[in-house]
Design a binder for this molecule. Sequence first.
Ligand code: NAD
Length: 266
Amino acid sequence: MNTIGFIGCGKMAQAMIAGIIQSSFVPHDSILVSAKTDSTCKLVHNAYKVPYTLENRKVAQFADILILAVKPHLYASVLDEIKLDRKKDAIVVTIAAGIDLEFMYTYLGEEAKIIRSMPNTPSLVGEGMTVFCHSKQVTKEEMKFIKSLFSSFGSVQVMEEKLMDYIPAISGSSPAYVYMLIEAMGDGGVRSGIPRDTAYKLAAQAVLGAAKMVLETGKHPGRLKDEVCTPGGATIEAVAALEEHKFRGTILSAMEACNQKNREMK
Ligand code: NAD
């Protein structure tokens, strides 16, 4: 198990490839990528020095771990194209919302080794979050390998399949909400006269630091919030304004909208 193939090399695949290369998880020539256009392939080759082909079947023939990194609506045609070419023991990894194990069995059979995963783009800087489940044919040894592969670009969480439909809203898509928070905080800083670059730096570091506090102290997020709020101080005024504008309720609604759209796309 040491060759990794990517069919499709857009934003998500590139983020994963960047993490894999930066962490030296496998050498460049243990990776083979394909995409729809020569220009995309060349872009990825120039950035990460990985070999490429325009033939998906060649990637399937090459890969021990075959990652399908195309949009969900293309899975059926790509699987039809490559199903006879994949290596006998290849582990096929899905990264698309709504593509479940059952769907994969209809193309590859119930004996196939499949990992259903949901990564996110902070993998590009080694801070991704990949949540995954697996088909019953994947061995403990292979699970260990897959975990270390995903760990090469961030954190890993194994999840039961029935919850996988809800992972995009909290993990795959959620960096977008956080970027909006950082952008808004940046605007707030600029409004007060702080230079824009500095404002984004301060906002992003606050998000990074707060996230680390949650992960590393193990304290409840509400308690950490309380610890920033001096009684009668300015922070509790900001918290009150956020509550008045339904900050938490808005996030919950956004996540439900994301879940709803993913259900419709199934
Ligand atoms: P993208 O549009 O950036 O990339 C898609 C890639 O597929 C392109 O490289 C394109 O050339 C290639 N492609 C299209 N048709 C092809 C074909 N027939 N054969 C081979 N390659 C083909 O999309 P993306 O954002 O990277 O998303 C890819 C997958 O990752 C999707 O299923 C998406 O749900 C999933 N995903 C994306 C994110 C994210 O934040 N972007 C997060 C989690 C999961």
